[in-house]
Design a protein around this ligand. Sequence first.
Ligand code: ATP
Length: 302
Amino acid sequence: MIIYDIKNVVKTYPGQTQPANKNISLQISEAEIFGILGDNGAGKSTLVRQMVNLLASDSGSISLLGKNIVEAPYLVQMNVGYMPQESGALNNLTVGEALYFTSHLRGLSRADAQKECNYLLDLWQIRELRHKPSSRLSGGQRRLLRLAVAMAGLPPVLILDEPTNDLDPQRRKLVWDNLRQINQEQGTTIILITHDAIEAEKAIQRVGIMRAGELVAVGRPSELKQQVDRILRLELFFSPDSPPELPPSLTYIPLEPGHWQVLLEWAQVTSTLNSLNLDKIDDFRLYSATLEDLYLHYATQA
Ligand SMILES: Nc1ncnc2c1ncn2[C@@H]1O[C@H](COP(=O)(O)OP(=O)(O)OP(=O)(O)O)[C@@H](O)[C@H]1O
């Protein structure tokens, strides 16, 4: 099922000459984790703000579950949990109150809202902050609270604007683990903006790369990588006095004694690995382009 259907969306901010979004078209399916990557100012936040009706498009249309969100704004309120990059909206509440009231406002009974609050405090490891006013949290703590608030009441769609910025490595991992878990267990559709390409690669199923207001590439990371870089790097580790025999068509680059790098086309991988005498090799590693390589390729082209 198509969750979001975005057609030819254009947005120019008042007083600006360049559009922030130029003719963006994109479909997002149920239960996918879709990552939006792009340089600062590429138009990512503008796009997601239009998707949650916080910003009107100049032209084009955005449908959620088959209905135009301008004509059926309640669909966004009922189905989408949005985490903005910044927000002062919760500043007057404690962490526990913010989670309880959001859950209650999203239709849970008082008792269920209390349970949801407790679940989210544990899920995001912020239980010790529950009596603290939101305005006194650190940047990273505030981000975890905004994530928990977006998820309160388990909306079927989450839109997250940079969920891992300001977080330490342990909490970044917590975010990626939790997002994967709710996607798998609840079938939640997750659309997220991130600059954390290396970590995102482990969670996202499709990626859209934006440059100067345009969506310049959309696809599964593996498909996009094959278009960008058909060369794979095979590293071989062996005892320096018994080097492996390679098919004559391949060349190798000695990196140090007992360590070679071999550059391969995708089509050569299986035959090369089959031809190696693995008893003579201590270890091997095969590398493809990373999502970060892809991002740099598409986002920085002139
Ligand atoms: N309220 C606004 N008024 C005028 N121009 C704006 C406004 N908000 C954003 N812009 C401009 O629109 C363009 C896209 O901004 P946007 O915030 O969507 O980028 P982004 O890709 O989310 O960037 P970042 O990674 O830095 O968050 C930028 O050139 C920005 O300066």
